[in-house]
Design a protein around this ligand. Structure first.
Ligand SMILES: [Zn+2]
Length: 334
């Protein structure tokens, strides 16, 4: 079975010869940049470089998918946020607040034509052309909750969820169109599946707020986006995995704050699970023995796609990622 088939079947919990291995978020490290000769920040801003660095996720690390949108800033930058694109040692960050939660958000008419969207769209096309038969091509969009953090500021937005819920509903309604527009363009460019990252972590969004503001929107995005979706939320999500499993989303990319067995119980039989491997303890600091044991534990817990929990810290050794992928691939076929 080709890596692409393993990955895409695992997204639907269909039978595979072995568990899949990969990630919906960035697997780039500074030493991977050194191995490829392609560095941040240029890899965020040049399609050929972006595709080249993303391809290293397959070529050098051995994962079953590639994912070229390394940062969290493309949509926000195309909407007009100022972005500091960082360095080989630092991920990009959005620098300014663009609006207040009650303001009308106008999506620029040329949103998709702006370089911050065009670069990843072109990178997806390149990856599709070079690897499309062999490897799963995964794109990434941000949901309206994360986009609100970038546009309004985290504090301002969270205050508004308590004090101005109507303004929050309106903002989410406007921003979900950004998510949908970019998602459809990425599918057209060649993405087989999309990461939907929406940072509704339990310390910033109660289960009640998740149900009220976001579950209907995630369900609507799932209905309108015609490819498998991988929802990514960091932190402890045990209180909302059962709610997520009701949205019809294919896969949940979970954080090690939820133990793998617990995540499997909460997800039920239909929601595929990806990740759950600690970036700090295993990917960054783990010994080879710990990594082999980690894979064994994830397989036993019924995790469908084995890989890091979230964007990998840039100072991690890429050999740990490669060992994780090799260990999964060396499992006896079922
Ligand atoms: Zn995350």
């Amino acid at each position: 079975m080709k890596p692409k088939e393993s990955f895409l079947r695992a997204l639907h919990r269909e039978k595979t010869a072995r568990p899949a291995t990969g990630s919906a978020t960035s697997v780039v490290t500074t030493d991977l940049m050194e191995q490829t000769g392609i560095f941040f920040p240029r890899a965020h801003l040049d399609a050929e470089l972006m595709a080249g660095l993303a391809a290293a996720g397959y070529e050098k690390l051995g994962f079953d998918n590639v994912m070229p949108l390394f940062s969290v800033c493309h949509e926000s930058a195309a909407l007009g946020c100022q972005v500091d694109w960082g360095s080989p040692h630092q991920m990009p960050v959005c620098r300014n607040k663009l609006a207040k939660p009650g303001d009308e958000i106008v999506i620029p008419g040329d949103f998709l034509a702006r370089p911050e969207c065009q670069v990843p769209l072109k990178a997806l096309r390149i990856l599709r052309q070079r690897y499309g038969e062999e490897v799963a091509i995964v794109g990434k969009v941000f949901g309206p909750w994360t986009l609100s953090y970038h546009l309004f500021g985290v504090q301002e937005f969270l205050m508004a969820t308590l004090l101005e819920p109507d303004a929050v509903f309106r903002a989410i309604d406007q921003l979900k169109r950004v998510t949908l527009t970019f998602a459809l363009a990425q599918i057209e460019a060649g993405a087989d599946a999309l990461c939907l990252a929406d940072h509704a972590t339990s310390d910033l969004c109660s289960p009640r707020a998740y149900r009220k503001f976001l579950q209907p929107v995630h369900q609507e995005l799932r209905e309108k986006i015609p490819c498998p979706l991988i929802l990514h939320i960091c932190g402890d999500t045990s209180d909302r995995i059962p709610i997520i499993s009701q949205t019809g989303i294919s896969c949940f990319h979970f954080d090690s704050a939820v133990a793998a067995r617990r995540a499997r119980e909460l997800a039920g039989p239909d929601l595929s699970l990806m990740g759950g491997t600690s970036n700090l303890e295993i990917i960054r600091k783990g010994s080879p023995e710990m990594i082999v044991e980690e894979v064994r534990e994830k397989v036993a817990a019924g995790i469908d796609i084995i890989g890091p929990e979230c964007a990998v810290p840039l100072d991690s050794p890429s050999e740990n990622l490669a060992l994780l992928a090799r260990t999964v691939k060396s499992l006896p076929e079922k």
